[in-house]
Every structure is written in structure tokens, then in C-alpha cells.
Write a protein that binds this ligand. Structure first.
Ligand code: TGC
Ligand code: FAD
Length: 388
């Protein structure tokens, strides 16, 4: 029998269209040639590789699934997933950048913005000329965004925003922040441009996770924005939660890439390292671990592909996204830790990827809804009882 691809045991690639395969190959090449040679160093320095933004834009990776009339590539949901997977095979920070720009910033403008807002922002954001950030989480607790303290009050034709947001990806880089604030009419979204008086950002340092990504706090002290900067199409928590469904869908794919990177290193390393006169991979105890990694990666791949087909068919339910976010991030975090262990001492430096991925995935399992939040969403669906 022919040998299977160890990183795609179910030949899931055969289920992709030619266009989807082309997207995957293009992003894979970008990761191999542009990200992998430098990312360990960026992680060590605690910096985001800014110079790659223009290249990602050139490849159509920013806002990939919005229509061409807004300067975007008009790709489907499965292609967006493959972009996330191949970027996160490089580093979760690269995928985070694209998740935030695409699903948390361009999506609300596309879905809830006016036609003028779409025309003004989407093409420049697709080009990477304008970077966005998404401010939902507040310092007192991110899991319960309904308890929002940031407020926007009407003053004539303007709005005055007061409050703070915490742990905001791209905050310090962003030209524009999508800020969710409580109003007399429920939660609403506002576009706040850098340089607006009373709006400050401060980057968060000493992170041991997502070091190659900018994470910041946002402060709003009497920030005045015109009503034209309010997203008119949505009111209530379903606005930001609707964006999260888009981003979380991509996050079901991303960690598959991180897991494949770790699995790959574990296989190579244990095949080559000779101990007790035989390759480490010749031991049953080691093969059990590698086989188990392959099992979990394959299951995650099938979940995400099925989810993507449902998203393209328009039948996706947010609870289905929660189940896959939970499963796939947990899968990747466990595999990264196990791969680190199989590399022995070599696994503790960023010369190899598993510890970097494991540290990054500690954020991924917390952001976009902690693992517990997603478990409780699934539990509520099953029982009909809200346990939050
Ligand atoms: P509930 O009050 O029942 O619902 C409010 C309204 O929202 C609707 N809805 C959703 N819509 C779309 N997608 C979803 N996932 C939705 N979940 C709920 C719902 O139908 C309702 O609509 P309506 O019309 O009836 O008003 O809210 P809930 O009880 O479902 O929410 C509770 C809970 C805990 C699930 C929710 O608050 C939650 O998800 N908390 C976690 C918050 C979170 O994930 N924050 C992430 C911040 S952004 C981030 O982390 C970016 S990291 C990016 C990166 O670097 O990659
Ligand atoms: P908390 O909500 O305080 O939770 C603390 C603990 O309590 C968790 O273990 C949680 O699971 C548990 N818990 C909470 N409620 C319950 C319950 N009912 N039952 C049992 N356990 C419970 N946010 C943004 O808005 N935009 C961003 O761009 C963004 N980027 C981020 C980037 C990074 C690197 C990180 C780490 C976070 C980012 N976040 C962002 C914030 C992220 O969404 C929050 O960290 C997350 O929602 C959890 O909120 P919290 O950290 O305040 O934890």
C-alpha cells in the first residue's frame, strides 16, 4: 500500500478545491520562507515582525473573505481557515494579527457599518495601510462582557467615551480601534482613531506568551467622536459576539498548524536521535505518543473542515464553533507540551518551536472565550440550563 502523508493521514487535502489548495500552498510558502527563519528571534526580542504586514496584504490575507468591491480577495471560509492554519504553523502571533484585522475589525465594519464606512475603511485595511484593533475586554474581567463599564454618552451630534480596555491585540500598532461601549440604547461599536484627544494606548510587557504580537491597554478619557464613527447596524452584545464567532472559527484552524509544527519536530527528532542503540522513535512508549498526536490532529482537521463547509453553506451555529475552539486549542496545547518533552533539554529553547507554540497557546486557550466559557456554552446547548 502507498504510504500516507503522516501530517494528513485522512488525505483531507483531497477534499479541498484547486483554489483552496492554492491558497494553502501560497501561505505555506510565506510561512516557510518569510516567517520561520525569523520568528524565534522576534519571539525572543518580544517584537512583532512589522515588515511582514505589507507582504501579507499583498497575498490577500487581510480581509480575505470580503468582496472584491472593497479591495478584498473574496475567498471562502475554508480558504480563510487554511490561511489561519498555515500562519499559525509559523506562530500564533501571525495568525492573531490576521484574525484581529480580518474578523474583529474588518468584519464589524462590513457587517454593521454604513456603506460610507465600508468604502472608507475596508480597502485601506486590506492593503495593510490601516491596522485595526478590537476593544471588548475590560480590566475587571473578560469572560462577562455584558458587565461593561466603558460608556458612550450622546452630546449633540457627538459621543463621549469614557473607560478602559485591556489585553488588546495590535492596540499599540493600530490606526483605528473598534471600541464597544455601553450606551442608553445597549452596547454599541465606535471607530476611534489614533490621535483622538483623550485616547491613549500602553503596551503590555513581560509577557511569556504571544511575545511576537503586540498586546496593549486602551484608555478613554472624555474621548469625543462624531456619530458618523458609530457602527449603525447593530445594538447589544450580539454585535461583538457576532465578530467573535468569525474569529473563533478561524481559531479552530490556526492551532492545527501549531500542532503540526510541533508534531513534525517530534517525529523528526525522535527518528534521528539514537539512545540505547536505537532511534528514540523505535520505542513503543514514544510511538504511542506520536500516534496519539496524529489521532488528535486528524480529528481536529475534520472538525474544522466540516465547520468551514457549514460556514460556507450559511448553516453554522455558534455552539458548533465553541466545541471546535475548545477541542482544537486543547489538542494543540497538549501536543506542544508533549512535543517539548520528547525533545528533552533541546525542547526548552526557542531553537525549536514546541515551547514557543506551547507558550503561545496558553493565550489562545484563554482569549476569544476561555476553554471553560466554551465548555459551558456547549453544556448550555445540551441541557438548556445557563450555568454562567
Ligand atoms: P446572551 O446575553 O445570551 O446573548 C446576547 C446576544 O448575542 C447572541 N449571541 C451570539 N451571536 C453570535 N455569536 C455568538 N457566539 C453569540 N453568542 C450569543 C445571542 O443570540 C443574543 O442575541 P439577542 O438577539 O437575543 O440579543 O449572551 P451569552 O449568555 O450567550 O454570552 C455569555 C458568554 C459567556 C458566552 C459570552 O459573554 C462570551 O462569549 N464571553 C467570552 C468573551 C470573549 O470571548 N471575549 C473575547 C474578546 S476578543 C479576543 O479575545 C481577541 S483575541 C484575538 C487574537 O489575538 O487572535
Ligand atoms: P476572566 O474572565 O477574569 O476569567 C478568569 C478565570 O475564571 C478563567 O479561567 C475563566 O475561565 C474562569 N471563569 C470565568 N467565568 C467562569 C464561570 N462562570 N464558571 C467557571 N469559570 C469561570 N480581548 C479583546 O477584547 N481584544 C483583543 O484583541 C484581545 N487580545 C488578547 C490577546 C492576548 C494575548 C490575551 C491573553 C488576551 C486577549 N484578549 C483580548 C482578552 C481575552 O479575551 C480575555 O483574556 C478572555 O476573554 C478572558 O478574560 P479574563 O482574562 O479577564 O479572565
Amino acid at each position: 500500500a502507498t504510504r500516507l502523508d503522516p501530517y494528513d493521514l485522512y488525505d483531507i487535502r483531497s477534499q479541498l478545491s484547486d483554489e483552496e489548495r492554492m491558497v494553502q500552498d501560497t501561505v505555506a510558502r510565506f510561512t516557510d520562507e518569510r516567517v520561520l527563519p525569523v520568528i524565534g528571534e522576534y519571539f525572543d526580542k518580544g517584537e512583532f515582525p512589522h515588515e511582514l504586514i505589507a507582504e501579507m496584504a499583498e497575498l490577500g490575507l487581510l480581509g480575505s473573505y470580503f468582496p472584491e468591491q472593497y479591495g478584498c480577495a473574496g475567498m471562502n471560509a475554508v480558504s480563510y481557515g487554511l490561511i489561519c492554519q498555515e500562519l499559525e504553523r509559523g506562530d500564533s502571533g501571525m495568525r492573531s494579527f490576521v484574525s484581529v484585522q480580518t474578523s474583529l475589525c474588518m468584519y464589524p465594519i462590513f457587517a454593521y457599518g454604513s456603506e460610507e464606512q465600508r468604502q472608507r475603511w475596508l480597502p485601506v485595511m486590506a492593503r495593510g495601510a490601516v491596522i485595526g484593533c478590537f476593544g471588548l475586554t475590560e480590566p475587571h474581567g473578560g469572560s462577562d462582557p455584558a458587565n461593561m463599564k466603558t460608556r458612550a454618552r450622546r452630546e449633540g451630534g457627538d459621543w463621549i467615551i469614557d473607560g478602559a480596555k485591556m489585553w488588546i491585540t495590535n492596540g499599540g500598532l493600530a490606526h483605528v480601534a473598534i471600541v464597544w461601549a455601553q450606551t442608553d440604547d445597549g452596547i454599541q461599536g465606535f471607530l476611534v482613531e489614533r490621535g483622538t484627544q483623550g485616547f491613549e494606548t500602553r503596551d503590555i510587557h513581560r509577557k511569556m506568551s504571544l511575545r511576537a504580537s503586540v498586546t496593549s491597554a486602551l484608555f478613554f478619557d472624555g474621548v469625543r467622536v462624531p456619530d458618523a464613527n458609530r457602527l449603525p447596524g447593530v445594538k447589544g452584545l450580539k454585535g461583538p459576539l457576532g465578530c467573535l464567532t468569525q474569529a473563533r472559527y478561524g481559531i479552530t484552524w490556526g492551532p492545527i498548524g501549531a500542532a503540526i509544527a510541533c508534531f513534525h519536530e517530534a517525529v523528526e527528532y525522535t527518528r534521528e536521535r539514537i539512545l540505547f542503540d536505537r532511534p528514540v522513535a523505535a520505542n513503543q512508549a514514544v510511538q504511542l505518543k506520536l500516534a496519539d498526536m496524529a489521532r488528535r490532529i486528524t480529528t481536529a482537521q475534520l472538525l474544522s473542515l466540516h465547520l468551514g463547509r457549514m460556514k460556507d453553506a450559511g448553516t453554522l451555529h455558534p455552539t458548533q464553533v465553541s466545541l471546535a475552539k475548545w477541542n482544537n486549542v486543547r489538542m494543540a496545547l497538549d501536543i506542544a507540551r508533549e512535543a517539548r518533552e520528547l525533545l528533552g533539554a533541546a525542547g526548552i529553547t526557542t531553537e525549536h518551536s514546541p515551547i514557543r507554540h506551547a507558550l503561545n497557546l496558553e493565550s489562545v486557550i484563554t482569549y476569544e472565550g476561555t476553554e471553560t466559557v466554551h465548555q459551558l456554552v456547549v453544556g448550555r446547548e445540551i441541557t438548556g440550563i445557563n450555568a454562567f
